[in-house]
Structures are given as structure tokens and as C-alpha cells.
Design a protein around this ligand. Sequence first.
Ligand code: SAH
Length: 481
Amino acid sequence: MRTFPIFVSFDGRPPLVVGGGQLAAVKARLLLKRADLVDVAADALAPELATLVNAGKAVRLEIRPGIDEIRGRPLVISATEDEDEDARIAAIARDLGVPVNVPDRPALCTFALPAIVDRGEVTVAIGTSAEAPVLAQRVRAWLEHELHPRIGDLAKLAGSFRARVAEALPDGPLRRRLWESIFDGPAAKAMLQGDEDKARALIGEEIDRAANAEEDRKGSRRGRVLLVGAGPGDPELLTLKAVRALKAADVVFYDKLVGEGVLELARREAELIPVGKAKGAHSVPQAEINALLVARAKAGETVVRLKGGDPFIFGRGGEELDALRADNIAIDVIPGITAGAAASASLQIPLTHRDVSHTVTFVSGHEAGGKAPSFEHLDLTALAAGNNTLVVYMGVTTGAVISQRLLDAGFREQLPVIAVENASRANERRVATTIAALAGDPEGLGLRSPAVLIFGEVAGLPHAGAVETILSHQEVARAYA
Ligand code: SAH
């Protein structure tokens, strides 16, 4: 019999035991662990049952039980030890929907009696689906040994503080933490040692302390802004701190490049506000974003400013930081995995390599105003000498112009370039080419934003996964030779 465990309330209704022998007496005694009164239907009573009746704990029904005696019972145990009579009782109970148990006849039962470890308020019921009653007894013996004899008293004591705790700490998680600290601490220990007065005093102190701490926290509740790197898109590439920040957020302002799976990790009640800054389509101007962050933090909220990749790499994180500092807002910065690092990991191509590249430079493919960069701040002649890697962000539309500029500065024509679109996402795409081929064919890569372009000898190292090429295989082989 596969069963589902529940705890039944008798709720003032006496359960019925049918039968007057010793088996019935054992069942009546069991029920009296929780029932105030048990009704017993029997022609004659074994001595133990007679004692229970005399003590006012059992009432004897002198008629043969039928529908009227069974209806409305919380449960019935038929222990007449007469097969036909037990079957008759079980059938009536079943018809009426009253739970019924017949000892050792599982086919007649609609519920099973568990092995019980009884510590009052703490009760453990053990079932083995009637497959192994002896094993159930073993488990019971083990639990009897493990469970402190006063654990039920501890539960009862906790129960007497429930209302007070609920009032002092309306917040569920805080309340839970308080109870955990009570059950792990000196109050529980005192109670288990039998010193209820001391336990009460200690619990009272713990509640006051927790409530005061909460008041202090609320009183001094100051908003803050967490500048959080959301990584390249794959939520698995978030830091644990980023996830924790999302779970704590009252409001999340996020960029267009933030992956959907990432937003799903935000606290369910958090307000999610897109401030989508895609290149060329500044849907919310930076000054406005700065003002929003400041206003919400001043209102006491935990504000998460979520940015693709790392907030301090081409993320205008610095500008937001300045605005927040000017208004004295508390700030946390949580780094993220920048797109270049994600692309490199995905390709299994290192950005630096003992043999071919000793430095890596992250550059933006756009200047303020949307133009291709002049790169005048870079020592292109030094870079052209090789031994370095250039990772270009926001270079999808300017890749060709950039390539030409690099060639003009002396980069070798067959220098490998590899572009990664949507690094770390399900729709990731990679394209390999050479700097000369890219310079000659602006549309050649067919790339779409977001993508990074990696220029350098490392781009010719063996890589993992499929890579498209815009050259023939021979040309690529030659270029990468
Ligand atoms: N702070 C971000 C960069 C923001 S600038 C970071 O550290 O990654 C936006 C540029 O980042 C895009 O134009 C593109 O070049 C790059 N980018 C962002 N996410 C990317 C991704 N999943 N795959 C490839 N490039 C990405």
C-alpha cells in the first residue's frame, strides 16, 4: 500500500475502535496518545479496555456499529479479529469516506498506522508502505536515540513566542534567521537542559535584539547603487556577487546587451527598467540615467545598474560613478567578464601567448560621435611590430576602416583576424579572415553587433568550434601559415 503521510486532528471527535479484545485495547491506547476520548464498540471488554472505560478515557458503545456510528468519525480502527465483521466495518467506512484501518489486512485499509517517535509537539511518523514493518521499528529505535527527549518541549516553547516574533519581525527571511539562531543558540540549549525560565529569558532577549537591529537598519536605511557587470550574456558567466546583487535589488536599470537569462535572476519583486544603450540609439541619455540612479538611491532603494560585460570597459561606468559620487551615494562595483575575454574563452584562443603575443589592447571601434577611431592615442608603429593582440569593441561597422589604418601603420597584410558575434550566447558566430581581406571588403564578414574583432597572431592559433572564413581554405591556410 503506497501511502501519503499526514497528521490528523481529532478536533473533539472521538475515533472509533471496533472490538473488545487485547488487540483493540492496544489500538485504543495508541489513539489516546492524542485523542481525549475513544469510543469502543464491543460485546465484551478485555480488562485493559474496561480500565480505560472506568477511567473515563473510553466510552463503550453497546450496539453493533453501523452507518450512524461510523459517519463523521475522524477515523475507525476495526480490530474485532473476526474477518467478516472487520470487512463489514471497513466497507461501511469506505463508503462513508471515513478513514479505516484493519490491523494486518492492508487490503481493507484506507490508511496505515505509522511507527511513531513521540516527543509531544515533535512527532515523527515512520512508514515503509507496509513492506518492512521491522525496518520501520529499526528506524524508530534509531530516531528515539537521536532525538533529544525534550525536543517537543522546545517546539512548544517556540510556539508560545510565535505571535510575539511575528509582530516584532514582519519580514519572513529575518524571522527565519532569528529562529535559526534561537534553535542553534543558548536558549535552545537551556530548554533541552530543562531550564525553561532561562530559555524564556534568552529567547526574549534574542527577539528584542533582532527587532532593534531591524529598526536601526530601517532608520539608517540608505539607498545604494551597485554597478554590476552582467558578463557577455550567458548567465553562467555571472559572478556570485552579481547574482547576490540581483537578488537584493529593488530596481534594476539594464543595458540592451544584458542577456535575458541574466534578468531572470533578479529578485521577483524587483522593478526592471531598460535604459537600452545600443550604439547609435541612445534610448535614455546618459545624464538621465545618472539622474535616475541618484534619485532611486536617495529614496532608500537598492539600485542595480546592470551593464553588459564589465562595467568599466567601454561601459561609461566612470561617468555614472562620478554622478553618484557627486551626490554622495554609496557605491559598489562588481566586475563582469568582458566580451573580449568571453570570445577568447569560447574560441579557446588565448589573448596573450608566450610565443606570439605579450600584450593585449582593448580598443573601441568608435569615437564619440560615431566616427571610426583615429587611433592617434595608440602607438600603432610599435603595435605593428607584432607580439601583441588588439581586441576591438564596437567595431562591426568600422572594421574595414580600422584594418586599413592598421595596414597603413605597417601591420602585415596576412595578419589573422577573428571576429566573434554574440560571444557566449546560443547564437554565437565566428568569422576568420585577414587584415588585408577585411580592409578590402567592408561587408565581408557579414557581422552584426554585438561582436568583437581580435587582431593578432593569436587569432591564427588553433581554436575550438566552428569558424566561418571569408577567404578560401587555401588562402586562410596560407594566411595562417
Ligand atoms: N562593457 C562591455 C562592453 C560594452 S561596449 C564589456 O565589457 O564587454 C559594447 C560592445 O561590447 C559591443 O559593440 C561588442 O563589441 C562588445 N560585446 C558586448 N557583448 C558581446 C558579446 N556577447 N559578444 C561579442 N561582443 C560583445
